[in-house]
Design a protein. Structure first.
Length: 423
């Protein structure tokens, strides 16, 4: 079976709210091998909603709608679904009690228009919503040609929609799929997107199952390897030779698995696993490296301190960077990056120190040191590892690439040191 996602709300069309629902639902459906061919967004307009349902059901077996289940007059998703299947709207006492209970919890009287939230297309399976007033529903029926169609209506707020999707919708839809879909993410660094794709073009052209998809962002390329089979174990069996071949081609130092696709998660895992501590000194990234690391749960066991030393004075005062170094080589230099990384480790007493310094732009560059010039450095076990970057793009892209490169350099240093110990 295939599905279409229909997100309802004028606020989505106007850009006031980011549509995270479609992404979440798509990922969940992929896990049970239900393909999503279309995602549609429509405003709070009865005629357009009805037309979107007609078009959606003409090309999909399942439509999952979010939004339009509230108490106001423009919340007409349920009515539109009932009209499509030619059934009446009927009162559900349990849903009414649910709405009433929530209002009583806040010691408020139930507005008359909230009664609308207790009506559903006749024959619906009601989906309880523990996080809001709007219950959802599932309706299974036939179109005018006798084809099986399933309409699923969920509330718009993600905090309400996501639990219902996980606990009610996915278990219901599993009966319509005999397959599972499983994927792994391989992060590739130090190789550009075009070059990386060129290195595996033959695999991409010949792919069937598993499939290979490429996603690029600042400082890294992500390859998602996805397999479809009767169980997860069989999926892994299909994925393994492809994964191993990719790592062989890109090199172990440049390619590694991480579930999230985030370099910082791999670094955090290594730091915690090896019981290493780290401190960060940042100039152009302004705390971005630290923020990425701190997003990992449990990183307090490894992360000691972060220093944002934007001015030369702060580099001297906080990290002990020599004034002579700054005068001779400048703030954006390999020499300054080294002293910043060493200073971070020394001041905090950490095993590793990592630093970033550069010119993020759009101003401040010169012929000798253009916008996008960045140095990152890792100090570890008495040794320095420095990487020079010449990046292009916006200020945000330059900073993001610098942060990702710095973190990946931490990973490289740890793994390289561990390899020398084991050899």
């Amino acid at each position: 079976m295939n599905a279409e996602i229909l997100c309802i709300g004028s606020e989505l069309l106007h850009g006031d709210i980011v549509n995270t629902n479609a992404r979440y639902i798509s990922k969940k459906l992929a896990e049970i091998a239900i393909d999503v061919h279309y995602q549609t967004v429509v405003g709070d307009n009865p005629q357009r909603i009805k037309k979107a349902l007609d078009i959606g059901f003409s090309r999909a077996d399942i439509i999952i709608c979010t939004g339009g289940l509230g108490p106001t007059q423009d919340d007409i998703t349920k009515e539109a679904l009932a009209e499509y299947f030619g059934v009446d709207m009927v009162f559900d006492q349990e849903s009414f009690e649910h709405v009433k209970k929530i209002y009583m919890r806040f010691r408020r009287d139930l507005p008359q228009n909230n009664m609308r939230q207790a009506y559903f297309p006749k024959g619906s399976i009601i989906l309880d919503n523990p996080n809001g007033t709007a219950n959802g529903c599932i309706y299974k029926g036939e179109d005018n040609k006798g084809n099986l169609k399933i309409g699923i209506l969920l509330p718009g707020p993600p905090k309400e929609m996501e639990p219902m999707m996980d606990t009610k919708v996915i278990p219901y839809l599993k009966q319509f799929s005999d397959w599972v879909v499983y994927g792994e993410k391989l992060v590739v660094t130090n190789i550009g997107e075009s070059a990386a794709e060129e290195m595996v073009l033959d695999i991409i052209k010949e792919q069937t199952n598993p499939t290979l998809a490429t996603f690029a962002s600042a400082g890294k390329v992500i390859f998602r390897i996805t397999a479809k089979a009767e169980n997860k174990e069989k999926c892994i069996e299909l994925i393994t030779p492809v994964r191993e071949e990719l790592i062989r081609r890109f090199g172990k130092e440049n390619a590694y698995l991480v579930d999230s696709g985030n370099v910082e998660d791999k670094v955090a895992q290594l730091l915690l696993e090896k019981k290493l501590t780290i401190s960060v000194a940042e100039s152009l990234t302004g705390g971005l490296v630290s923020s990425k690391l701190i997003s990992y749960p449990g990183i307090s066991g490894s992360y000691l301190e972060g220093f944002v030393t934007y001015s030369n004075e702060s580099k001297i005062k906080t990290l002990g960077v020599k004034k002579e170094t700054l005068d001779k080589y400048g703030a954006v230099s390999e020499e300054t990056a080294k002293e910043m990384a060493y200073g971070a480790a020394l001041v905090s007493g950490s095993d590793l120190g990592v630093s970033t310094t550069g010119i993020a732009g759009p101003d401040g560059g010169s012929k000798e040191k253009p916008v996008g010039l960045v140095y990152v450095c890792v100090y570890y076990k008495g040794k320095y590892e420095v990487k020079k970057i010449n990046s292009s793009g916006s200020r945000e892209i330059i900073r993001e690439r610098a942060a990702v490169t710095a973190l990946d350099l931490v990973r490289t240093c740890i793994e390289r040191y561990e390899d020398t110990l084991s050899s």
